[in-house]
Design a protein around this ligand. Structure first.
Ligand code: GLN
Length: 329
């Protein structure tokens, strides 16, 4: 059935492309390709029918085989669990497909101090990333477990296999890519600068001006820290004050300990809404991609999570979750 829809869509696209071709050359190419497409489509569709019938019957066979295989492996799995003394040892959550840190669960490492991506509300961890992880877990037939830790510790938790994925508004950077594998990106982040309303800093460029000497507050080991260390501290244009939470850096700005804070746009908006007398500069520091961090040593799980995330992006689920928390400007 899906094949039919895909074929129909593909041929509709080719036909509409043919219709759009304004240059004679293009349209003749388009015609050729649409003809080619049509004839191959006709072939494919009859093949599709055959193969879908073939698939159905072989699927039916497989699933009955799978049932008995499951039963076998289920027994093996149980005795294995019984034998294992350490709770931390990875066990197969779906025998033969992938393993997770805790059997039957998807463990997400995060730092729940990054609204609206992750924050604590009524004793629970809420936010965009928590909902995305729940949707991925749902697709994989797993229950979501959230492990709240310092932002700093997430990569290590993922590398060591204690957590299955790090989902924390985490930016894809080349250095991090040496430590972990990132899934496809699910959101865009922007590093912005928060200042006091009466600040002499009026644009991002003021931070890089000759003779500048600002104290910049950041959350430790975030990209805000990494970029400002390179661009400002290492260039002799100021010093960086590192805090374990973004909100603490914002408090330091409020009390005059730092001149500005460089942090991701969405938490910046949430913090500025909470603290009087602060504003976000209109000029942006840098735009970046958020993705989930995963171990390089668990390819099967990576593939399963990445595929689930891709499906959730394609069917609009991820955008729906983001829209619940972030209103379009
Ligand atoms: N996007 C930033 C980074 O990856 C900040 C993430 C965070 O503080 N949770 O470094």
């Amino acid at each position: 059935m899906k094949k039919w829809i895909a074929l129909l869509l593909a041929s509709a696209m080719v036909l509409s492309m043919a219709g759009c071709g304004s240059e004679p050359k293009e349209s003749s190419q388009a015609e050729e390709s649409s003809q080619a497409e049509e004839s191959s489509q006709a072939e494919e569709s009859s093949q599709a029918e055959e193969s879908s019938q073939a698939e159905e019957s072989s699927q039916a066979e497989e699933s009955s085989q799978a049932d008995s295989a499951d039963a076998d492996q289920g027994n093996a799995g149980e005795s294995e669990v019984g034998e294992e003394s350490s709770e931390d040892a990875p066990t197969a959550s779906e025998p033969g497909s992938f393993t997770t840190a805790v059997e039957g669960k998807l463990t997400m490492a995060t730092n729940a101090a990054f609204p609206p991506y992750e924050y604590v509300e009524g004793g629970e961890i809420a936010g965009i990333d928590a909902e995305i992880a729940a949707a991925i877990a749902g697709k994989l037939g797993l229950e979501l477990l959230i492990d709240d830790m310092e932002f700093d510790s997430i990569t290590e938790a993922v590398k060591s296999g204690k957590a299955d994925l790090g989902l924390a508004g985490m930016t894809v950077t080349p250095d991090r890519q040496e430590e972990v594998d990132f899934t496809v990106s699910y959101a865009t982040g922007v590093q912005v600068v928060i200042v006091t309303e009466d600040s002499a800093i009026t644009s991002v460029d003021d931070l890089f001006a000759e003779g500048a000497n600002h104290v910049v507050g950041v959350q430790r080991n975030t990209t805000g820290d990494i970029y400002t260390t390179d661009d400002i501290e290492d260039e002799g244009l100021g010093t960086i004050d590192r805090y374990s939470k973004g909100a603490e850096a914002v408090q330091a700005l409020k009390t005059g300990k730092v001149d500005c804070v460089v942090i991701d746009n969405e938490p910046a908006k949430a913090f500025v809404a909470e603290v009087e007398g602060l504003k976000i500069l209109e000029t942006e520091y840098v735009t970046e991609d958020y993705a989930a961090a995963m171990s390089k040593d668990n390819k099967a799980l990576y593939d399963a999570v990445n595929a689930a995330l891709q499906e959730l992006i394609a069917d609009g689920t991820i955008q729906g979750i983001i829209d619940k928390y972030i209103s379009a400007e």
